[in-house]
Design a protein around this ligand. Structure first.
Ligand code: PLP
Length: 394
């Protein structure tokens, strides 16, 4: 595929890859049956649906009857939290634990649950962007019904010790959900080995289509469902299934898992070139999050004395697509809640840049960025009252 731009915003979304497209096009053209219909065309769609479910389950180490299709990561997150809240309330357990740097799909659902009478403990995230299992253990109470910790952060890319967190939850008999939207297709996942009870993923983060996702829910957890209507998804999630997108997401996830190691190796080498280059060429700059325990394609920096939004516009003029914080909060002038959760000041957090690359990026693209970025930052600093103040200039 010919990119007209240098795309370094893969955490926001990815283009549809060939495996997904090849799987989707014949379905879009020919297999328009409704999987609930009894005739041959409907049954063909039902077969596609069932194969896709098996494929996704295989990528997660799950059983196929543990996979439910949704409209994306947001719905999966909402569903998981609301279902467990309902179950918790039934047994008098109204305490939930999560972290301060989750995606808003989690944080805003928790805020709503709090309004409905739940108690929520948000674990501190350390400056390295990692949650400590012993701090999770200390926060668990007899009335805790759910722990939800994201697998990999969407802004700073840090990877949580999910297996250890899952083990703590299992030991204390508390259900464990992880938002794996940024991890699925990029990091190995085995829900059984990692003691994950519920997991959310989204197709568009691994070269699948947008508007499609899945919720894994361990056998034995009695889901009821958020959306009322027909008996689709074994009566748990009503609405005619989006077969082309489901098929595309399954093909994309299989492809991502099959080539994960080779792609990650290439991406990692590019990321190291990028991080080393930025840290050595831009003064007064910091890398956010642990240097190694982060997604292979994630680099997130703060530059003193500049406005992240202004930098993004400069980069865009040169054809470089990047992000400051998460795309979901773009347009808002509030500094990233993730960077604030790491303990950064509002001023420092306001000068952030997230570059998320993958194996399709090239050394030439990284080098182009490394040539242009220091010039842009120097020019922005020249005009910045904050930079002048920091440096004691009149
Ligand atoms: N969770 C995380 C960590 C994300 O990065 C995103 C999307 O950016 C979501 C949830 C929401 O996923 P979706 O866009 O599929 O609703």
């Amino acid at each position: 595929m010919n990119h007209p731009v240098i795309y370094m915003d893969h955490a926001a979304t990815t283009h549809i890859g060939k495996p997904a497209l090849d799987a989707m096009l014949p379905v879009l053209e020919n297999d328009y049956g409704n999987p609930s219909s009894l005739h041959a065309l409907g049954q063909r769609a039902a077969h596609l649906l069932s194969s896709a479910r098996t494929e996704i389950a295989g990528c997660l180490g799950a059983f196929s009857d543990e996979i439910y299709f949704t409209s994306g990561g947001t719905e999966s997150d909402n569903w998981a939290l609301r279902e467990i809240a309902r179950m918790g309330a039934e047994s008098g357990k109204k305490h939930m634990i999560s972290t301060a740097f989750e995606h808003h799909a989690i944080l805003h659902t928790l805020r709503r649950l709090k309004e409905e009478g739940f108690e929520v403990t948000l674990l501190d995230v350390h400056e390295d962007g990692l949650v400590r299992p012993e701090e999770l253990e200390a926060a668990i109470r007899p009335d805790t019904c759910l722990v939800s910790v994201m697998y990999a952060n969407n802004e700073i890319g840090t990877i949580q010790p999910i297996g250890e967190l899952g083990a703590v939850c299992k030991q204390h008999g508390v259900l464990f959900h992880t938002d794996a939207v940024q991890a699925a297709g990029h990091l190995p996942i085995n829900v059984k080995e990692q003691n994950i009870d519920l997991l959310s993923l989204s197709g568009h983060k691994f070269h699948g289509p947008k508007g499609i996702g899945a919720l894994y829910c361990r056998r034995g957890i009695r889901l009821t469902g958020l959306i009322e209507g027909g008996a689709q998804e074994r009566g748990k999630r009503a609405g005619t299934e989006n077969i082309p997108e489901i098929v595309g997401m399954a093909a994309a996830l299989s492809d991502a898992c099959a080539h994960m190691d080779a792609r990650n190796e290439k991406t990692l080498a590019l990321r190291e070139r990028l991080i080393d280059g930025v840290l050595s060429s831009v003064p007064r700059c910091r890398l956010n999050g642990d240097r190694t325990r982060r997604l292979p394609g994630n680099a997130n920096f703060c530059f003193d004395g500049i406005d992240g939004e202004a930098l993004l516009l400069r980069l865009d003029l040169e054809g470089i697509c990047a992000s400051s914080g998460s795309a979901c909060t773009a347009g808002s002038l509030d500094p990233s809640h993730v960077l604030l959760a790491l303990g950064l000041s509002r001023e420092t957090a306001g000068g952030s840049l997230r570059l998320t690359i993958n194996e399709e990026n090239t050394e030439e693209e990284v080098d182009f960025l490394l040539r242009r970025l220091p010039v842009m930052i120097a020019s922005l600093r020249k005009m910045s009252p904050a930079w002048k103040e920091m440096n004691g200039a009149k």
